[in-house]
Design a protein around this ligand. Structure first.
Ligand SMILES: [Zn+2]
Length: 310
């Protein structure tokens, strides 16, 4: 097992941009035929392990809109994970899925809209103790001599976004770099001290100058994994940096949140991603600031993910 692997480029490419890619399964009911380590925490879950483990879907129906599981051809990645990680991920998926779907442009589709409403009613905002669909954040904004109230809907906790993104990237990383997950020596895991995270942006802000520049700089990288699944409600990219530079990754959840980061020193963005254009914030009170969001222009080329092949 290689917990702190520095990724190298030029490794095998298990899947590309084709839609309808077959699901990859590392799970077997017999531990000796499954992956030997939980891909999330690294615990040994092979034969003789005292750690309880079970089947994990990297892209769970909790995070993506329906259709994913209905389509047997939709790509997914199934493996053995320890029960603790499995349960923890399921909880944050439930919360993030409810919020991202509730505010997703995908709700124009009546089917998606119905699911979004059902999820919002069923999922609880832990901090507020209310269903996600009923949460309203009220806050006061002072501008010059005026004070006015604003109301926002449920929001995803930043720590939850970061953790779920980490889990997704861990799964994709192990899938792409492990030669044989049934043996510890040929299993590669991504540990938290190699996980760099820029930020998450809602679809209303996909055109902000910082995200556009990140996408532009990562555009020329080699595609190790690049896929769209779950009826377009889950997208991912994993790209090794040129000449041993840190890798780049990107995720998109429910056609709403785009999350970007790198694999390398988590405290310092790698050289190719330094000096990014700053985002302009306006202070509206001693504790609050706001920023004008920038959607991706209608006809602009989307450089973050490759177009979906038809
Ligand atoms: Zn685990």
């Amino acid at each position: 097992m290689d917990m702190n692997a520095t990724p190298q480029s030029g490794q095998r490419v298990p899947f590309g941009t084709r839609p309808g890619l077959a699901t990859v399964t590392w799970f077997h009911r017999k531990p000796e035929h499954s992956n030997q380590h939980c891909l999330y925490c690294g615990e040994f879950v092979g034969v003789g392990s005292v750690v309880e483990s079970d089947k994990e879907h990297l892209i769970n129906r909790r995070i993506a809109a329906p259709g994913l599981m209905a389509d047997p051809k939709a790509f997914n990645f199934i493996f053995r994970a320890c029960k603790r990680c499995n349960r923890e991920k399921a909880e944050i998926e439930d919360h993030i899925s409810a919020v991202t779907l509730l505010t997703s442009p995908g709700r124009e589709d009546p089917l998606i809209d119905a699911v979004a409403c059902a999820k919002a009613a069923a999922s609880f905002d832990r901090r507020r103790g209310q269903p996600v669909g009923q949460v309203r954040h009220e806050f006061k904004v002072a501008m010059g001599p005026f004070t006015f109230g604003m109301i926002a809907g449920a929001q995803v906790e930043p720590d939850a976004i970061r953790l779920l993104a980490f889990r997704h990237v861990q799964g994709i990383f192990s899938l792409c770099t492990s030669l044989d997950p049934r043996r510890s020596e040929t299993t590669r895991l991504l540990s938290g001290d190699r996980f760099g995270f820029f930020s998450a942006y809602s679809y209303r802000d996909w055109g902000n100058p910082k995200l556009l520049e990140i996408a532009r700089r990562a555009h020329g990288y080699v595609r190790l994994a690049e896929f769209t699944t779950a009826d377009g409600f889950f997208r991912a990219a994993l790209r090794p940096g040129p000449e041993g530079d840190p890798w780049f990754w990107a995720l998109e959840w429910n056609q709403n949140y785009r999350i970007v980061g790198w694999i390398g020193d988590p405290f310092t963005p790698p050289a190719p991603f330094q000096d990014l254009p700053p985002l302009t914030w306006h202070r509206i009170s001693p504790t609050d600031r706001i920023r004008e969001e920038a959607p991706l222009p209608e006809n602009a080329e989307d450089l973050l993910f490759d177009p979906v092949a038809s």
